[in-house]
Design a protein. Structure first.
Length: 596
């Protein structure tokens, strides 16, 4: 690789931890080093590392990151933590966190501080992202780690697919890790993985449990015991860890803490492990370690577990209601247990592994957990430009009615950045909250269901139809003819978008007639009720109906609708986005008649 320039990252790549030697992964290392060599000469590669939690995926990836950094590559690390809290493009926001461009390179396409440049639409955003990474790779070889993809938001996965298709022509080595055991057929990553292999030539490594030889190598490196004792220890670890690298390390630490594995003047010794009985679950190992902490430190550690995998000291202190100095002290104490570690810049902390956080979180007394989430939501809600996804999540977990409003904010933000599936998820979560907790009427919920259906227009057909059926039912119960008309029209549009043209056109026509029959008073009430839903006016509805009439060859009927629309004057002289179907229909009809 080319020598690193003056604008290179600091002496250690971000997010790379040091620890036990990597064992039992020689074949995988050889494959990944080959991909790294190819990327260094401009033949970019994407490698996927799958396996169960704790098997050593991140540890393997970080060995490659460290080697790449030493050879002059720019290393960027993006981690996913929890899909519920993740904002749209959260993986890329994390990847570029702290990136400061040199004078001759472009700024990051988006950042937590400057937001996302949405001019030009989603396609333009993707182009800016590709231009940015192409510029980085043109200056020096680039290595990217996308860690724990199973928690990535849908917008990040879509963008990763776009980026992956371009890597082959750049000096870029991209690594992605994921928990294979968490991917059922409905998981969005399950469908993306074969696409990455097919479209981007990605190679997949499925990490298997460590065998006895690998465990023996690890034991020899950490605890050089006499041969007989080493054999006893390896057999014990192999049986109880089932070859999981994290479990092996935690079991070794637990044996040390119990005094069974120790050292004296003659070296390392191993006591009697024959009476330990059943395997020690990782959760019990962690709970035992937590019990050694004083009550105040243990309580502070629970706050971190509620807040997330990586937490700033300031946020931790605010939610805990203590001074920053108190959480700094708790960090120093908790780090001796091997559960928590400070960030390299000293401004935050992180659990050493996601499984550790999960175990600490599960051990929190449920009423206290609920209270901590509530407090976290209140603190986050006071922060300017706070993350609505995280705030909504904590309020929801804390049973706070404000979760509804924050979920709507999260949905609106996701829709603004073209993350429509995320917007639909947030809105569906809000609508699933009990009515008495949301602060909205049934009539308002009907209009929100209409919005949810529109978000599903190009996505989940069945969920969109279900939302429309509920919206129409609520409209009939409330006597809201505008809501009924909008639901009828959208149902036809949804059917047309998914290929059911005969049925769809019929329902579109019914919807247009219903919209046309609304009185001015009913339109005014609809505008008041549909605060979070874009209303479809009659002209736009007629244009859409005309488009699908033209698509199905009903040209005369289409022309009857579009002639008065296409020739009408525009007050501003500019076309509206909703005018597009009108002129698409006009083009189809003219083309069918041989008039270009």
């Amino acid at each position: 690789m080319r020598p690193m320039s003056r604008s290179s990252p600091p002496s250690a790549p971000p997010g790379v931890a040091s620890g036990d030697p990597l064992v039992g992964r020689e074949r995988e290392l050889t494959t990944l080093r080959g991909a790294l060599e190819a990327a260094a000469i401009g033949q970019g590669r994407l490698s996927l590392i799958g396996g169960v939690a704790g098997i050593g995926k991140t540890a393997l990836a970080e060995v490659l990151l460290a080697e790449a950094h030493e050879r002059g590559a720019l290393v960027l690390v993006g981690r996913c933590y929890d899909r519920t809290e993740t904002p749209p493009y959260g993986l890329f926001l994390d990847l570029l966190r702290g990136y400061e461009p040199p004078d001759d390179l472009p700024p990051a396409p988006f950042s937590p501080w400057h937001g996302i440049d949405l001019s030009g639409g989603q396609g333009a955003l993707y182009d800016r992202v590709l231009t940015f990474f192409r510029a980085l790779a043109g200056r020096q070889p680039l290595v990217l780690l996308f860690d724990d993809l199973q928690w990535a938001d849908q917008a990040s996965l879509d963008l990763l697919r776009v980026l992956a298709r371009s890597l082959a022509a750049w000096p870029v080595f991209a690594l992605a890790t994921y928990r294979a055991d968490e991917l059922d057929r409905r998981h969005p990553l399950a469908g993306l993985l074969p696409q990455l292999e097919r479209e981007a030539g990605a190679t997949t490594l499925d990490l298997q449990p460590l065998n006895d030889v690998a465990i023996g190598t690890l034991v020899a490196a950490r605890h050089p015991l006499p041969t007989a004792d080493a054999a006893r220890l390896v057999a014990y670890l192999a049986e109880r860890s089932e070859g999981n690298a994290l479990f092996v390390a935690q079991l070794l630490r637990a044996l040390e803490e119990q005094g069974i594995l120790g050292r004296d003047d003659r070296g390392w010794t191993l006591g009697d492990i024959g009476n330990l009985g059943l395997p020690i679950p990782l959760r019990r190992v962690i709970e035992t370690r937590l019990a050694r902490l004083d009550e105040a430190t243990r309580a502070l550690l629970e706050v971190v577990a509620v807040l997330g995998q990586t937490v700033s000291l300031r946020l931790w202190a605010s939610v805990a209601g203590v001074a920053v100095a108190a959480v700094e002290g708790a960090t120093a104490t908790a780090s001796t247990t091997g559960l928590l570690e400070a960030s390299a810049d000293g401004t935050g902390v992180r659990f050493v592994h996601a499984l550790v956080r999960e175990a600490v979180y599960a051990a929190i007394f449920p009423p206290r957990r609920r209270t901590l989430h509530h407090v976290a939501g209140e603190v986050l809600a006071t922060i300017p430009a706070t993350d609505p996804d995280a705030t909504a999540y904590h309020f929801a977990q804390g049973g706070d009615p404000r979760a509804f409003a924050w979920l709507l904010r999260a949905a609106e933000r996701a829709e603004r950045v073209f993350a429509l599936r995320i917007a639909a998820e947030r809105l569906a979560t809000a609508l699933a909250l009990p009515g008495e907790d949301s602060g909205v009427t049934e009539g308002e919920r009907g209009w929100l269901l209409l919005r949810l259906a529109r978000l599903h227009l190009h996505g989940d057909h069945h969920r969109g139809l279900a939302a429309l059926e509920d919206a129409e039912r609520m409209g009939r119960e409330q006597g809201d003819r505008a809501l009924i008309a909008q639901a009828l029209f959208q149902r036809g549009h949804l059917h047309c978008q998914h290929g059911q043209l005969r049925r769809g056109v019929s329902e579109l026509a019914t919807g247009v007639a219903a919209l046309d029959a609304l009185s001015p008073a009913e339109w005014a009430r609809a505008r008041a009720m549909a605060e979070h839903t874009a209303l479809l006016d009659v002209e736009a509805a007629r244009g859409t109906l005309a488009l699908f009439l033209a698509v199905t060859g009903r040209y005369a009927e289409a022309m009857t609708l579009i002639e008065p629309l296409a020739s009408r004057p525009h007050a501003t002289g500019a076309l509206r986005p909703s005018d597009a179907p009108i002129y698409q229909a006009w083009a189809i009809v003219q083309g069918a008649a041989g008039r270009v």
